[in-house]
Write a protein that binds this ligand. Structure first.
Ligand SMILES: *[C@@H]1O[C@H](CO)[C@@H](O)[C@H](O)[C@H]1NC(C)=O
Ligand SMILES: *[C@@H]1O[C@H](CO)[C@@H](O)[C@H](O)[C@H]1NC(C)=O
Length: 252
């Protein structure tokens, strides 16, 4: 116990604990008491230390989401502002049965959703696009996948019929528009930020390359076709805030 006495004494010579443990050599009752006090003091100190450590750890956990972005939220694809179009070859497209050339530049861009599952990884988006083409060609007997382009939450643009061929997305408007579809539903939430960046880059490229009129107008499929709820409400409301979006009928 001499060891503990010396620790306690060196900590604070005025502490009442230290006064209590200074016993006469032969007073065994006093020494038992002082032993108990010493052990108890160490126990109390340990508990206090543990409490402090646990509180600090909890604080660290709480402040984690406020001070750092989780790794997955960092953009990987569009962060350098480059448009990435995944070619038909890359998603293993069937060749189109027939093609009708679009008259360029088109004055309209029509946005919608694919009403399929979403995808945030390229491997999954490739599969979705391929499945959509099968649905359009094998079940609906269309000439090709209906859209000109598709956009995944992964931030890639998937080439459908492309810039130059008429799509089959919005009956009555296909011959003077490009149909671009977000992979998903988006009734209660939005596509990823990367998907919006991808759309912006795609439209800029379309104008630059002379495929889309400089004064183009954006519509949603559901404005033009009362039987379609495309895109989902949340995405529709977001698109209505775009500069190029117009109420149907305002187009000149
Ligand atoms: C931008 O990043 C993509 C990959 O994410 C890469 O293929 C491309 O070369 C990059 N472009 C520039 C200009 O750095
Ligand atoms: C292919 O499309 C063209 C132009 O729309 C059309 O005139 C032609 O009949 C089509 N061919 C077949 C085999 O459907």
């Amino acid at each position: 116990m001499v060891f503990w006495f010396s620790i306690l004494s060196s900590m604070d010579t005025n502490s009442p604990v230290v006064v209590l443990v200074q016993c006469e050599q032969k007073d065994s009752k006093c020494q038992r008491l002082s032993n108990t006090i010493a052990v108890f003091s160490v126990f109390v100190l340990s508990v206090i230390c543990m409490a402090v450590v646990i509180t600090k750890l909890k604080e660290t956990n709480k402040s984690f989401p406020n001070t750092r972005k989780p790794l997955h939220s960092y953009p990987k694809v569009n962060d350098n502002g480059t448009l990435q179009i995944i070619s038909r070859d890359e998603w293993l497209a069937q060749p189109a049965r027939n093609k009708t050339t679009l008259q360029l530049p088109v004055p309209l861009v029509i946005l919608g959703n694919t009403a399929t599952e979403e995808c945030s990884k390229k491997a999954m988006c490739l599969l979705r696009v391929n499945t959509i083409q099968s649905l359009h060609m094998d079940i609906r007997r269309w000439d090709d996948i209906g859209y000109n382009f598709l956009i995944g939450n992964d931030g890639y643009v998937y080439e459908g019929r492309g810039w130059d061929n008429q799509g089959a997305h919005t009956k009555g408007f296909n011959s003077r528009s490009l149909g671009v579809s977000f992979l998903g539903h988006f009734v209660h939430h939005l596509p990823s930020e990367r998907a919006f960046v991808a759309l912006k880059l795609l439209l800029e490229e379309g104008v630059r390359a002379g495929k889309i009129s400089e004064d183009y107008v954006i519509y949603c499929q559901r404005q033009l076709r009362s039987d379609l709820k495309s895109p989902g409400q949340e995405l529709y409301e977001e698109i209505m805030t775009f500069d190029r979006w117009k109420e149907y009928g305002q187009e000149v």
